[in-house]
Write a protein that binds this ligand. Sequence first.
Ligand SMILES: [Zn+2]
Length: 300
Amino acid sequence: MMSPGRVDPHALPPTLDPGAPVERRPDRPTPALARALTAGRRPVVVPGLADGWPAVRDWDFAALAERVDDTPVLVERGNIMQHASRFESVGLRDYLAELATGRPADGPFRYLASLDLFEHLPALADDVDFRWFAAARPRQFVFAWLGPAGTVSGYHHDAPDNVVVMVRGRKLVHLVPPAQSRCMYPSDKWDYGAVLSSVDALAPDLDRHPRFAEATPARVVLDPGDGLYIPHGWWHHIVSLEPAISVNCFAYTRRRFVGIEARELGKALLHRFGLYADRCTCHQWVDGVRVPKPGKHPLV
Ligand SMILES: [Zn+2]
C-alpha cells in the first residue's frame, strides 16, 4: 500500500517496465567526470553526485516557501508534450505551500517545470553547482523542476546535453537511444530546442504508433543526490514517483550552442508570425485566441 501522494512504479503500464538498467558510475563532480561523461555519449547515473550540495541538504517545499517571494510563476497543467498546452499562473509561495502538504490537487497535475533558477530564485542558485561540468560543456542553463507525485515530462529529446540532479523525492526515468527514433514518432508539435515524441508512453496507442512497442528503453529511478547525464539526442520520459524537486543543467560546447541557438531563434521568429509550427509548447488556446507563455523563450 503506497502512502497518499506517491505513485507506485509497478502500477505504471507495462511498456514502461522493466527496461534495461542505466550504467551507474559512483564518482565526484570533477572536470574529469565531465569529460568522461560527455565522451561516452551514453546515459550514466552518478549516485550521490550532489550529496555535498546545500540544496540536497536543505531544500524541501516548506523551507523553500520561507525563502522565496510570492512572485507569479507559470505551471504546466498535465502532460503538455503529448497533449494540449495548458498553463496556469500561480503564486510561487502558495504553490510551494500546497506541495508541502503532499496532497495532489484535483484534475491534471500542476508542474512548475524549467523554472529559471537564477532569474526567479537567485538566493537559491548558490545551493547548486554545475561548474565541474563546464570543463566539457561551458555554455550552461540551470533550471529547477518542482511538482507533486505523478508529474510527467513526456518522451522528447533535447538539443543540449543534460545533467539532471535529484534534490528531493524520486523520479522514474526511461531513456531510448537515438538509433531507435523510428520507434518514437517525432511530433510536429514544436518545443524550443527539443524534439517531442507523438507517443504518450503512459497510454500508448499502438494502432497509431506500432513501432513504439519495439523500443527498448533503459530505466532508472533517481534518489536525492543522484545525478543523471543524458546526452543530446537520447529520448527521455520522466515521472515523479513522489512530490519532487530536481535541478538540471542544459549545456553545450560554445560552438554547438551558436549553431543550435541560431536555428531555434530562426524558428521562433517564424513561429511568432504564424509561419512555423501550428502546435507548440509556448502558446495555449484561450477562448479561441493563441496566447503566448510569457518568458518561454525570446521572440515569442
Ligand atoms: Zn508557440
